[in-house]
Ligand binder design. Structure first.
Ligand code: AMP
Ligand code: MG
Length: 319
C-alpha cells in the first residue's frame, strides 16, 4: 500500500477492479468500479459493511449518469445544476447497469458528483462510476485525511490518493426522489435551508432513520472507544464529575475548571461550517486522551448543525 497523488496509478488499479481510497470534500471514500460486482464486493469485505447498506456512486458530471441510462428527475437536475459538484446525494430509480450489490436490491441508486479536483480528474478518465462509501471500517469514525485512512485501512487497500484534508468534513446530505415529494434521508454537508430555497418549499424528513434500533448498534456508529454523551447543558452535565477525567466537545465556549488539553472547541467564531470540518478529527483526538468519558454539547439546529448533531448522537450513548 502507498499514499500519493498518482492519478495514473489510481486509474490502473480501478480499471483492474482494485480498491483505491479517494479524497472528496466530505470524507475520504473507499472506491471501486461500481459496475463490477466483485470490485464492489471487496468494498463491503474491506469495510466489514453489512450488505443491506447500499453505496453511493460517483462521477464527474450529471451527463455521465445520463449516458449510463439513468433518468434524472427535473428537481434533481435543478439541484444538481446549482450544487454539483458538491456534498449533495440524490436517490433515484436505478437501471440494469447498476448491480444489486450497489443498491442493496432496493431498485434505487444514490448518485453524487463530489467536489475535489483530484477526484474529479480521476472520475473524468474512467469509463464507469465509482461506488464509494466512507473509507473506514463500518461503524467507526469517518476519515477526513489520508492519514486517517492509512491508520484504519492502510494494510487492506492498494492505494490512497492523497487530496489533503476534507474541507466540508461530514458526509453528504442525501435526498430521495423516489416518491412525489423529495425527502431528506440524511443531514450532511449541504445545509437543508439552501436546498429548500431552490425547491421553494420545506422538505420532508424521513423519520424511520430516527428510530432507535438498539443502543448497542447506535453506540457503534461513529463510535469513539470512550463512552460519549450528547447533552443540552454541558455545564450542568459536568457537575459532580471528576474534571480531570472527562473530555469535552463544545461549539464555541471553553468550560472553566476542565484542563485545556481535554477541551475541544469546534469553532471559536461560532461558524457551523468550520465546526463540521473539525468534528471527525476532534472525535479521533479526544479519544486518544487518558480520560473516562466524553461529553459533547448539542449544536444549534440550523445549517450544518443538523449534521453535527446527527453524528454526535450516533456516536453517543442513548439514554
Ligand atoms: P456512506 O457512503 O458510508 O456515507 O453511506 C451511504 C449511505 O447512502 C447509506 O448508508 C444509505 O443511507 C444511503 N444510500 C445509498 N444508496 C441508497 C439507496 N439506494 N437507497 C437509500 N439510501 C441509500
Ligand atoms: Mg460511512
Amino acid at each position: 500500500m502507498s499514499i500519493g497523488i498518482d492519478i495514473q496509478l489510481a486509474i490502473e488499479l480501478l480499471n483492474s477492479n482494485k480498491l483505491v481510497a479517494i479524497p472528496t470534500e466530505t470524507v475520504y471514500g473507499l472506491a471501486a468500479n461500481a459496475f463490477n460486482e466483485n470490485a464492489v464486493l471487496s468494498i463491503y469485505k474491506t469495510k466489514n459493511r453489512p450488505q443491506f447498506n447500499p453505496l453511493i456512486i460517483h462521477s464527474n458530471s450529471i451527463e455521465r449518469f445520463e449516458q449510463w441510462g439513468l433518468e434524472i428527475p427535473n428537481d434533481v437536475r435543478l439541484l444538481a445544476n446549482k450544487f454539483w459538484p458538491g456534498p449533495l446525494t440524490f436517490i433515484i430509480p436505478a437501471n440494469d447497469k447498476v448491480p444489486d450489490i450497489v443498491t442493496a436490491g432496493t431498485g434505487a441508486v444514490a448518485i453524487r458528483v463530489p467536489n475535489h479536483p483530484l477526484t474529479l480528474e480521476l472520475l473524468s478518465k474512467l469509463n464507469f462510476p465509482l461506488a464509494a462509501p466512507s473509507a473506514n471500517p463500518s461503524g467507526f469514525i469517518s476519515p477526513t485525511s489520508a492519514l486517517h485512512v492509512d491508520r484504519q485501512l492502510g494494510n487492506k487497500i492498494d492505494y490512497i490518493l492523497d487530496g489533503g484534508i476534507c474541507n466540508v468534513g461530514v458526509e453528504s446530505t442525501i435526498i430521495s426522489f423516489l416518491e412525489n415529494e423529495p425527502k431528506i434521508l440524511r443531514f450532511g454537508g449541504l445545509a437543508i435551508e439552501e436546498i429548500e430555497e431552490v425547491i421553494g418549499h420545506q422538505l420532508l424528513v424521513n423519520n424511520t432513520s430516527e428510530k432507535i434500533v438498539a443502543p448497542g448498534m447506535l453506540t457503534k456508529h461513529y463510535a469513539p472507544n470512550h463512552p460519549m454523551f450528547l447533552v443540552d447543558d454541558i455545564v450542568k452535565a459536568l457537575e459532580g464529575k471528576n474534571r480531570d477525567r472527562v473530555g469535552v466537545i463544545t461549539f464555541s465556549n471553553s468550560i472553566i475548571n476542565i484542563p485545556a488539553k481535554n477541551q475541544f472547541i469546534l469553532s471559536k467564531s461560532k461558524d457551523l461550517n468550520e465546526a463540521a470540518s473539525n468534528l471527525f478529527a476532534v472525535m479521533r483526538n479526544i479519544d486518544e486522551l487518558d480520560i473516562d468519558e466524553i461529553y459533547a454539547e448539542k449544536f444549534p439546529n440550523q445549517g450544518l448543525g443538523y449534521a453535527i448533531n446527527d453524528r454526535l448522537k450516533r456516536a453517543s450513548i442513548q439514554e
